[in-house]
Design a protein around this ligand. Sequence first.
Ligand SMILES: CC(C)(COP(=O)(O)OP(=O)(O)OC[C@H]1O[C@@H](n2cnc3c(N)ncnc32)[C@H](O)[C@@H]1OP(=O)(O)O)[C@@H](O)C(=O)NCCC(=O)NCCS
Length: 185
Amino acid sequence: MNRPGTKTIETDRLILRRFRLEDAEYMYHNWACDPEVTRFLTWPPHKNTEVSKMVLQEWIPQYEDGSYFSWAVELKEISQPIGSIAVVKLNEEVGSADIGYCISRKYWGQGLMPEALKAVMDYLFDEVGLNRVAACHDVNNPKSGRVMEKAGMKLEGILRSAGKNNQGICDEVWHSMIRSDREED
Ligand SMILES: CC(C)(COP(=O)(O)OP(=O)(O)OC[C@H]1O[C@@H](n2cnc3c(N)ncnc32)[C@H](O)[C@@H]1OP(=O)(O)O)[C@@H](O)C(=O)NCCC(=O)NCCS
């Protein structure tokens, strides 16, 4: 596995880049304050910008670590971060990463997160050299499953009562792409 860390990735409509402390206001207002965004996530909505700032203060020093991958999803059109996408679990021995993501409700339904996920998967396979990229969602949050499908992941199955989020214990639906899937295309 290579350890390039979180490098900037550009897609048609997005710039995926490292978070900066100045993003706290956008982070709070664009997505982290919204209980609809955090409904199926593991963290509570931020109460104010200070909370977003504290979160960023915890994340930013980790960019020093080449195996830390956490991108702000910046929409080119408005030059603001509107969400985030990150490796939430990395198993170096297996060459496998699990991804998590969220985006401002205002921008749902435009295919932006599939665009980001596709680009992050390419990065993790091509630059980092991983063999597997996976993600899971609460069975009651199928729109996240659509993101995984649109980005080219395959359905693996359901792990019953395997996760916990703001709704409580949940069944997890898992999708993944492995390196050999890409060679088939
Ligand atoms: C899940 C999420 C990332 C989807 O991102 P997105 O950029 O809107 O993705 P898409 O545009 O491809 O839409 C995906 C699905 O969301 C649903 N959707 C689209 N617009 C919607 C809207 N305005 N309101 C509710 N759901 C909507 C549709 O089912 C869509 O699938 P379809 O294209 O087959 O109809 C986004 O809804 C989000 O951030 N949700 C909150 C955080 C979250 O649940 N993260 C995933 C945790 S596993």
